[in-house]
Design a protein around this ligand. Sequence first.
Ligand code: BES
Ligand code: ZN
Ligand code: ZN
Length: 511
Amino acid sequence: MTALTLSTSAAPGLRADAIVIGVAKGTKGPVVAPGAEAVDKAYDGKLAGVLETLGAAGAEGELTKLPAPAGFKAPIVVAVGLGAEPDAKSEDDTYGAEALRKAAGVAARALAGSKKAAFALPVDGPGALGAISEGILLGAYSFDVYKENGNGGKAKNGKAPLAEAALLGGKPRDAAHKGAVARAVAVTEELNRARDLINTPPNDLTPAIFAGIAQTAAKEHGIKVQVLDDKALAKGGYGGILGVGAGSSAAPRLVKLTYTHPKAEKHLAFVGKGITYDSGGISLKPAGHNETMKCDMSGAAAVFAAVVAAARLGLEVNVTGWLALAENMPSGSAVRPGDVLRMYSGKTVEVLNTDAEGRLVLADALWAASQENPDAIVDVATLTGAMMLALGSRTFGVMANDDAFRSVVHEAADEVGEPAWPMPLPEHLRKGMESQVADLANMGERMGGGLVAGLFLREFVGEGITWAHLDIAGPAFNEGGPFGYTPKGGTGSAVRTLVRLAELTAAGDLG
Ligand code: BES
Ligand code: ZN
Ligand code: ZN
């Protein structure tokens, strides 16, 4: 990952490959954002005009390169768009964290192959430094291990990520400044590891391999880890996880990660859908719908990353992570449409569509999580195509059995820059899941399919436990081009929301 340093140096004297500055959209054209005063001065105060001539408007995602002024040690200036200039007259007169994150991400990605860049973006405190750090570390991400000669991110076909970034305006001796950067490093390192797991092809990431990676990382960070293999799952009666994994030669696993803090007063449980590949099973997905289904373990990857990040940050909260890992494949031993599974909770489920497998593995993990009676459970899953149809590919849906908690989750997501939207759990959709032979079926009405899946999960949450469900089917995997600090492929969706929830819980702000 890119090495970050805080620097009080002035831009002109800095030895770097580029100086990154911000340009915002003013009412009368582009304006140079604070932090770039020295650069503007060297352009005789005419930098905004130069940028406008070059076609810059200050829009989000925009990037303009220009030669550095004479006397600068760095050869080029990279101006990145920050969107609308904040209104100096309003209370909210600073650049927002998400605008800084995106701009820093765009610059870091464009600077791949460079050794060092100095970031002279608007910094008014630790919050801004944290956001810029996150943007750089997330934007510089690349996944090259499978490229020819790919090692250590130095792929033959691609450029190595930006090696070093100096953050101007940051004070190296200021505890709050250092703390903000350290938090960003811990969270984004784990988030980028989640992206690696999502991008890893399914022949190299079976449930057993994923469980092994979780075990190693957990031990490294003082997290207790327990892995139930197929034998232990059978003994324990985990019919949902076993049923989904029955068709694959790679057996399922349930991983439990336990992070505890001696002063913790609250306990959060995170549950992740970890289908290492979703072929649909006997209800096989058609070509065109299965090429990206290695991403179906993104929920488990997010939970894994969030628990390790919470441990690295030493948050005063107990966090348990449950990774429900299985591969959904068709074969002679696979679960069939019409089979009835006896779930860990004791309920029976008629499997009408083997492609609705996520809710089956989650049901067992939610019930297992419920047995510890945590203060709240949050599950994360690439659960339904329907949620993607509803909210598009950048926003995840938030459902909950408690309106106040759904708002807490939504606000946490907002705060960290993850687009999310509240979705209802309409009671009338429950009857569509009634089964002739079992307690319920794993499918209901097609319309509102994302909400039906949420209602199914609710059946497996212990009585009286606060629960929220994040359906990240849309934002988990970016099939389009990179944007902001989001790369193509695995995005690490929901990691930052979960970490924020753990922080809020530790601070006693869960509501
Ligand atoms: N993993 C898919 C959902 C999905 C679709 C995730 C697209 C990411 C992108 C899930 O297991 C699935 O196949 N769901 C079915 C449920 C249906 C059979 C009730 C769906 O959404 O079509
Ligand atoms: Zn499926
Ligand atoms: Zn799936």
